[in-house]
Design a binder for this molecule. Sequence first.
Ligand code: NAP
Length: 256
Amino acid sequence: MGLLDGKKLLITGVLTDASLAFGVARLAQREGAEIVLTGAGRGLRLTRRTARKLDVEPDVLELDVTDETHAAAVRDALGERWGTVDGALHAIGFAPEACLGGRFLETGWDDVAVALQVSAYSLRTVADAVVPLMSGGGSIVGLDFDARVAWPAYDWMGVAKAALESTARYLARDLGPQGIRVNLVAAGPVKTLAARSIPGFSAFEDVWDARAPLGWDVTDETGAVARACVALLSDWFPATTGELLHVDGGYHAVGA
Ligand code: NAP
């Protein structure tokens, strides 16, 4: 029996097979879930190509979180296909170049606004796409990079992640009465396309493995992040919401 037998899930953020969401999509299928992916803009074609690498090729819907019409279209498509939805993975993050790399005091609002919309407000947008279909309750899981401290280079993306953390708590508050849980997984650094575009990101990679009590593999070979997401999407965390679950080898728990 699979952990997600019979579950119908919307999975965002599968761009390449290195995407954290790809690991979640693969494991979700292996644990019995039926999934639909979403892709955005120019990445949509790449998402479709990557979808073919999964055990069962899922359909890919367009969801650019900066286009207000897309969430409603995704909701309609899922409603027609399944009637109900049990869970969603939010694996969406982007910040313009000016937001990253150590120019925190120079970044203008226009760039910051994009980072906040795409990386934080989008959790609400994904919720808009699935919540009306979660008549039997559900689980929304997002991917976070721990924003309780200031990191080198991460800058306004860090601010956006702090906003994501807060958004998750408010959604947990408002959706809890409908039996919908909202949780985040704070992952350690993993070499993905998004991570590579952050200048200075390799500095995290060097220190993480040395400092984390359990050690840390920047390729996430063991699928630790995917396993945590799948567990949260399953029925095994029925009383957990508004939580920030660290999957980082324990890095967050120790000082320098
Ligand atoms: P990734 O493979 O590059 O995935 C990022 C995803 O965000 C892509 O699918 C990208 O699609 C999507 N995206 C960007 N702008 C979008 C928009 N306007 N609308 C919809 N989707 C959009 O990188 P990843 O590292 O797996 O990132 C997934 C999540 O994990 C992000 O929230 C990231 O912050 C988080 N995370 C990553 C790490 C890490 O070290 N890699 C650690 C902790 C948390 P397009 O490119 O097609 O727009």
